[in-house]
Design a protein around this ligand. Sequence first.
Ligand code: ADP
Ligand code: MG
Length: 359
Amino acid sequence: MNWDDESAPVTTGDGDRLVEAAADGEDRAVEAALRPKDLGEFVGQERVREQLDLVLKAARARGATADHVLLSGAPGLGKTTLSMIIAAEMGAPIRITSGPAIQHAGDLAAILSSLTEGEVLFLDEIHRMSRPAEEMLYMAMEDFRVDVIVGKGPGATAIPLELPPFTLVGATTRAGLLPPPLRDRFGFTGHMEFYAPLELQRVIHRSARLLGVEMEEAGAAEIAGRSRGTPRIANRLLRRVRDYAQVKADGVVTQEIAAQALQVYEVDARGLDRLDRAVLGALLKLFGGGPVGLSTLAVAVGEERETVEEVAEPFLVREGLLARTPRGRVATPAAWAHLGLTPPGQGSTGPGQQGLFDR
Ligand SMILES: Nc1ncnc2c1ncn2[C@@H]1O[C@H](COP(=O)(O)OP(=O)(O)O)[C@@H](O)[C@H]1O
Ligand SMILES: [Mg+2]
């Protein structure tokens, strides 16, 4: 099994954006090197870990192939890592692909028919698979069989093909988008939660040890607090802090060094980055806290609508800084406090312009 080869396209989304300019080949390789290799090394997610442990142990005891597993959760929480751990715990090889990579049912048929007995098939972003492929997958999951269609039009015939038993591990950022027939065919669904700061601290310590970075407890806590509950972000911030500590100090990551470094990379004490603060700043300073329409807000920060909606907003909403309402985006009192501004009517900020541009 090759831990470093993640052939699936890298997911982009909330968790993947931070310091993305720096997410080069070296970083990708480091990320792979930091992946926990068994359940014991996997930090946090107690419930999923315990449940999965039972599923895998029972399958091993029966000498059977493990049931299909669905992992859902935000980017960077450990879905890919867990799929590799499942294969490792079962002593099985793993094949990695993704929904968007499977355009035609034939692509899936080719992959399925080349699986060996007990192999783990990791299907990332499973909600983005094409319809015909999805229907083929139903049968493969349930009966370990596919119908390969030969020919076209009225003369086309379906040739049934037996598959060896395999374990499908599906990953999705949006379990809600999966059609129920697909969801129901998984024997086990693990929902990954955001990590608590103390858990991220453990992730950071572990990674620091693997990278040979000298890390003080308070330094790890500082990074953890800015990592948005996401191990991938914690690891990325750690690498940037390491760079800073090497160049500007003696390499030891103290709380002060971590805070200074992350200020340089424009990651604030709550984990907001430049884009998040731009969105929030525009909402407060230009639109008096809203409500303001998404398109207007996007134009104000010079970004695509989708970028604001899919990249910045989920975290701002989760942090209770922004609310999506039918009339538009609205800042919460916490948003004013976070940017150190005073809401209109309570002091000295400029005039609110809500309703001027749209909705
Ligand atoms: N529970 C965990 N413990 C330690 N490191 C983790 C954990 N979950 C994720 N990571 C780290 O975070 C990074 C991203 O994890 P990944 O499995 O690629 O997330 P996802 O597939 O959900 O987007 C990996 O490099 C991995 O080292
Ligand atoms: Mg992944």
